[in-house]
Design a protein around this ligand. Structure first.
Ligand code: FUL
Length: 506
């Protein structure tokens, strides 16, 4: 390889540079950026602020409702007679969201167009919409409007599922479909509220369909066909906090529809990952922030309502919660509205039961009345400290940190009297990147002798939130608990000094 000086020589001889300019350019600046708060440096990649807000939604509902509710299909072909959309009563998205709230959810996403292309709002992009449906109830439907209004009223986040694949549109597969149908539909939906938290674009893209009578198969390259960069930019201009899921590239599919994430689950990921094999786990040294979302059904049949379906038990749903929200993923749990456009009572009971389990089991944080001590505390800065007490102050913006280079750490919570403990919750301050690689948990009945708990669990990553059932099982997680005067979290390995914003003990 030629030395730089040799490369520069001809230029200097040609009089292109003055020697002083060259030396000024080559001189390495040794400036240390001001850091009056002694803040730890980020471990890249880090989340965009909208991804952070999205992550905090944690647990939200999915509502598959539409033409399929009346045809009994899961994937309509696109040739369904519009008259078949005929609700037996006025659909009531407010009831959907009230149940979601009682289940402990913080938001919901409504399907407003599935692969059959039938739109649940009066769109200008296609005739295949509610205004041409079979009865008065149907013609009055405007799910995005009513869903957004109800969500705001109930203090919940909301968003819409709009299928990029459209088996009805004669234009599907052409540029015209993307510009005049799909992007315009997304823009129409964005107009229902600038405070949307997520737009959902499913992965099923292209194949056979009606396509306006063409009755053919249309295949597209989903990576390029939908003009995603343009879509993302235009939606973000109006809905700055709206995470574009799936083809939007801001949150990843967890890779199964069974309601579980890997015990080891990194939010960093690479662009070329395989969702089916790696979605559950992420990639430790992945290049960009692509957090996992787990979509799962709360009922035993399809995504849409089917006669004869029944809900999963509240216990099973609680297990899903532990295996998703408790493993650094969000959970989007599907509850199908029925032909009357409401959630059936059996689903309501199961969901409300789930909410009660979450509240009963994870609602009384014993850490709030514990003393917290740590093996090392980062030196405070002018305007910020990194004290252990930041982990049980109820403030997500404060965190405990150790000094740079101090990777192994212990966090100990102690009570005067023994408590019965079953779950430990740990949250990293992920705004500065996901760090923890290995930890374990111990309890002590007398405050002196320690026993390792959940030793069968992969206590590797933490991420935004990790919940560990101390007896090691998520399927029968409650049990009788352990008597403990103290609980100790031992951090064994981390990409850099760990930053923990919360420890909860239940
Ligand atoms: C998939 C779709 O094909 C299913 O019908 C369902 O909507 C699911 C949540 O996403 O991609």
């Amino acid at each position: 390889m030629r030395k730089i000086s040799e490369l520069l020589k001809p230029m200097l001889l040609a009089g292109l540079f003055f020697p002083t300019a060259v030396s000024a350019q080559l001189e390495l600046k040794n400036e240390i950026p001001a850091n009056p708060d002694n803040e730890p440096v980020e471990v890249h990649p880090v989340p965009h602020p909208r991804q952070l807000k999205w992550q905090e939604t944690e647990f939200y509902a999915f509502f598959h409702y539409g033409m399929n509710t009346y045809t009994g299909l899961e994937w309509g072909n696109g040739d369904e007679n519009r008259q078949r959309f005929a609700p037996t009563a006025a659909p009531n998205p407010r009831q959907w969201l009230e149940v979601a709230k009682q289940a402990g959810m913080r938001g919901g996403i409504a399907v407003v167009k599935h692969h059959d292309g039938f739109c649940l709002w009066p769109t200008e992009t296609t005739e295949h919409n509610v205004t041409n449906s079979g009865n008065e109830y149907g013609r009055a439907v405007n799910i995005p409007r009513d869903f957004a209004d109800a969500a705001r009223d109930l203090g919940l986040k909301y968003g819409f599922y709009v299928s990029p694949w459209d088996r009805n549109s004669v234009h599907y597969g052409t540029d015209k479909y993307v510009k005049d149908v799909f992007l315009r539909q997304c823009a129409e939906l964005a107009a229902y509220g600038t405070d949307q938290f997520e737009m959902w674009f499913d992965g099923a893209n292209g194949g056979s369909g009606y396509y306006g009578g063409r009755n053919t198969t249309v295949n597209v390259d989903r990576a390029t066909y939908y003009d995603v960069p343009n879509l993302r930019d235009s939606i973000h201009k109006v809905c700055p906090d709206c995470v574009m899921w799936g083809v939007g590239g801001e949150a990843r599919w967890i890779g199964n529809e069974a309601g579980w994430a890997g015990q080891t689950n990194w939010s960093p990921e690479n662009r070329d990952y395989s969702p089916e094999s790696n979605g559950m786990y992420g990639t430790e040294n992945g290049w960009y922030w692509l957090p996992g979302e787990s979509d799962a059904k709360a009922t035993n049949q399809g995504w849409f309502y089917h006669d004869g379906e029944s809900p999963l038990t509240s216990e099973r749903l609680f297990q899903m919660y532990l295996e998703t929200v408790g493993r650094n993923s969000t959970l989007i749990l599907n509850i199908p509205p029925n032909k009357a456009g409401i959630l059936p009572q059996a689903s309501v009971n199961s969901l409300v039961g789930m909410g009660k389990l979450i509240e009963d089991r994870l609602g009384n944080d014993l850490a709030l009345k514990a003393r917290i001590t740590v093996s090392d505390t980062r030196t405070a800065g002018a305007g910020r400290n990194y004290e252990a007490a930041n982990m049980n102050d109820g403030n997500k913006d404060t965190y405990w940190a150790s000094n740079d280079g101090v990777i192994e750490n212990t966090i100990t919570l102690t009570w005067d009297n023994a408590q019965t403990v079953r779950y430990v919750e740990i949250m990293e301050y992920i705004a500065k990147g996901q760090r923890v690689k290995k930890f374990h948990i111990e309890t002590s009945e007398d405050g002196n002798n320690w026993t390792r708990r959940a030793s069968n669990v992969e206590t590797t990553t933490v991420g935004y939130k990790r919940i560990i059932p101390l007896h090691g099982s998520t399927s029968d997680s409650y049990g009788s608990g352990f008597k403990a005067k103290a609980v100790r979290i031992v951090i064994e390995d981390s990409k850099a000094c760990p930053l923990i914003s919360k420890v909860g003990i239940y």
